[in-house]
Design a protein around this ligand. Structure first.
Ligand SMILES: C[S@@+](CC[C@H](N)C(=O)[O-])C[C@H]1O[C@@H](n2cnc3c(N)ncnc32)[C@H](O)[C@@H]1O
Length: 396
């Protein structure tokens, strides 16, 4: 099936068609020209693509990957003390807990299929925020790749520190670190072991950077999936395009957000399938251009790599379901993934802003509720509830 034709379709149109009863494959049907708004969009894309490279009128297209890499490279590593003072301390812990649960459950699935050496690709590994999760999961080999060279260096030194400080009887996984734009370069050509196959590719808060163009999104997907063993998993977290658009359309400007995060679009009403850029800023952590990932198209593209979607859930649904299990709940406490309300020992909540804990206050006044509750401030919840979790599996 040809994805070229999808360029004429917008996210909104795709959603409308889906409502009209077309299934996941419906994304292929919308292309092919047509009139009105669609034709306008198609023309814009084609003009951009067909223009002569040497044309003096050709617009300089900024390379967003460079911006993204330099943003993440410039982020400072902060110590535990500074992190615990962050306005989004609990939200970051919550996101980390959610990733831990996802990684833990996928490792269980992989192990359930029989004893084996487990190899993992961490695509967009950043500074190695998930290294401890892989250690806890007892994997055998890890390949970490990221576009930001400074982050990859920090990830590697964190890994070496971890190995140095580990007990003599603990066997820490072997690892390779690669700096590469995974939406442009073929990772398999850079592997130390050219025959290596992965059980899991984990792509946490990364895939949306590649939706700048079809070529980039496809290369990222190829890197995620081409070296997966049959039955292997591609897991990740990414913003939910429908939720972003819903909030944008409810806003009376091109921006929405609160005291911890802000999302700004350049226009609204029509959303191209690729290259639909928005600017995302989150406290002191993120301040970069990102791109909408229209999930039905992502799912469709993944089929090229023999991948089947086995789970897609918003963070809210995923966390509500997982917290019912005792071991996930106790990990949640251990990781301080929720903020105690009311705060204990005369301490202060993460923010004094009005209305940030109304939901917790209401809930705590109900009969039989044991205090303190675990919660997130309204602003942190609004920020984290943008995201979704996905799991694809390679068909045998
Ligand atoms: C929000 S951080 C997530 C880091 C890590 N996965 C985590 O969950 O802690 C996004 C990461 O994606 C990386 N990234 C963005 N575009 C990329 C690309 N084209 N190729 C490889 N890495 C990329 C960034 O450099 C950054 O480290």
């Amino acid at each position: 099936m040809e994805l070229q034709s999808h360029r004429t379709e917008t996210v909104k149109e795709g959603r409308e068609r889906q409502r009209e009863g077309e299934g996941e494959d419906g994304v292929t049907a919308g292309g092919g020209g047509g009139g009105g708004k669609k034709a306008g969009m198609k023309r814009r894309h084609e003009e951009e693509e067909d223009e002569d490279e040497t044309s003096p009128t050709k617009k300089q297209v900024p390379d967003h990957s460079v911006k993204v890499a330099s943003h993440y490279n410039s982020l400072q590593e902060v110590g535990l003390a500074a992190r615990s003072r962050s306005r989004i301390f609990f939200m970051r812990n919550f996101n980390n807990w959610l990733k831990s649960v996802l990684i833990g459950e996928i490792l269980e699935q992989v192990r359930g299929a029989g004893p084996q050496q487990i190899s993992v690709l961490d695509l967009g590994c950043g500074k190695g925020g998930d290294l401890l999760k892989w250690r806890r999961g007892g994997i055998n080999h890890l390949v970490c790749a990221d576009i930001a060279a400074v982050s990859v260096e920090q990830c590697q030194s964190r890994y070496e520190d971890m190995k140095r400080k580990s007990h003599a009887n603990e066997k820490i996984f072997s690892a390779q670190f690669i700096t590469a734009d995974c939406s442009k370069e073929v990772l398999s050509e850079k592997l130390d072991h050219p025959e290596l196959m992965f059980d899991i590719c984990s792509c946490q808060f990364v895939y949306h950077y590649s939706f700048e163009s079809e070529q980039k999104a496809d290369m990222m997907l190829r890197n995620a999936c081409e070296r997966l063993k049959p039955g292997g998993y591609f897991i990740g977290t990414t913003p939910d395009a429908f939720e972003l658009i819903k909030r944008l359309e409810a806003s009376d400007s091109l921006t929405f957000g609160n005291e911890v995060f802000k999302v700004s679009f350049q226009s609204k009403g029509s959303y191209p399938l690729f290259g639909c850029q928005y600017h995302f800023s989150l406290e002191d952590v993120v301040d970069v251009p990102e791109f909408l990932v229209y999930f039905p198209l992502f799912e469709h593209m993944a089929k090229r790599y023999n991948m089947r979607l086995v789970m897609k859930q918003r963070f809210s649904e995923f966390s509500e379901e997982k917290v019912k299990k005792e071991h996930h709940r106790s990990l949640m406490m251990k990781m301080m993934a929720l903020e105690p309300f009311p705060c204990e020992d005369g301490g202060r909540q993460a923010t004094d802003s009005r209305g940030e804990y109304c939901h917790a206050k209401d809930h705590s006044s109900r009969a039989g509720v044991r205090l303190p509750l675990g919660t997130l401030s309204r602003s942190e919840w609004e920020a984290t509830s943008i995201y979704l979790v996905f799991v694809f599996q390679k068909m045998c």
